[in-house]
Design a protein around this ligand. Sequence first.
Ligand SMILES: Cc1ncc(COP(=O)(O)O)c(C=O)c1O
Length: 378
Amino acid sequence: MIYLDHAATSYPKPPDVLRAVARCMRECGGNPGRGTHRLAMRAAETLYECRREAAEYFGAAGPERVAFTMNATYALNMAIKGAAGAGDHLLLDRMAHNSSARPVFALADAGASYDLAELSGDPERIREELEHKCRPQTRAVIVTHVPNVANREAPLAAIGAFCRRRGITLIVDAAQSAGSHPISVEKDGIDVLCVPGHKGLLGPQGCGMMILGERYAGGKTILEGGSGVRSEERGMPDSPPERYEAGTPPTPAVAGLLEGIRAVRRYGTERVLAHESALAAAAADALRALDGVRVREDAPGAIVLFEVEGMPSPAVGEELDRRGICVRAGLHCAPLAHRVLGTGKSGAVRASFGITNTERDARALADAVAEIAARHGR
Ligand SMILES: Cc1ncc(COP(=O)(O)O)c(C=O)c1O
């Protein structure tokens, strides 16, 4: 089997991650923050250690700025819905995934307004776009650092500087960049960085993070419940991370995530992107040379987006799966981005590379697509 769907979730996970999950369930089985017995304390230490590692890796002011969520979607919902309400205006990246687009649409249905903006590419052009589209009522700019169907990148530091000057909350969707692109919450001027644990950070499914900038005062909560502290109060505590962590956290997944982040740091973030980009470029070159195959993405990065003439993209995905190659086809929960790319009707096929892939995998993809195009294509 050849796995080329790392943009959906990374697989396989490093052995240290698997061991950490099992060890946590065996040895740290208490409920963190909900007791002072040894098992609860061990679980709390696990969470703290991961907060510390993530804060250091993402340039946050301290471990308390890291709140665990279920995934990136949950973090984005908390950040976006916490930042604005009726009468407010939001600026949304036109390459947005539904995990940031749908919370914005939900706010718009409840009386807010929004505009789409082109936020990747040249920093000066983006500054002009921001000047042009931000209004006095703009509460948040929501940026997709790297989209899930293209290899472009948003210049976070330039957008962060603009948002700081204007007092606008900057929310960053780093679902496709965390673990492969350097990000610094403080240096880039980010208020809320939303990351999944299960993609480039190599952790298990079931946890993500909201990493908060030092100046971020905190928005409204969208989930309330037990926090282990200030139980006598009606609302969630004001201070992070407890404000954003209602209920029992996913401690075993966090234990795995801690080892995932360590594995990425040992390997080197820049090396991850260089490795993935080289394989994707090799696959894209080979696919471009095939009759009846159209590659939709030219920029360097971990993704190859392509179509086979005369075949719906899901059919190509199924044929690849029959040949033991896992990719994802269709709209990838990103209809806005597909519209920008000209593939908005039925999407395309996406192969996404990870650090465990090799040149052989890139060649195998091209060989399989060549056979599928010759046999089933137009
Ligand atoms: C760009 C982007 N944002 C957000 C998400 C949502 O991540 P999660 O599945 O962890 O909620 C994804 C998932 O594919 C994504 O690609």
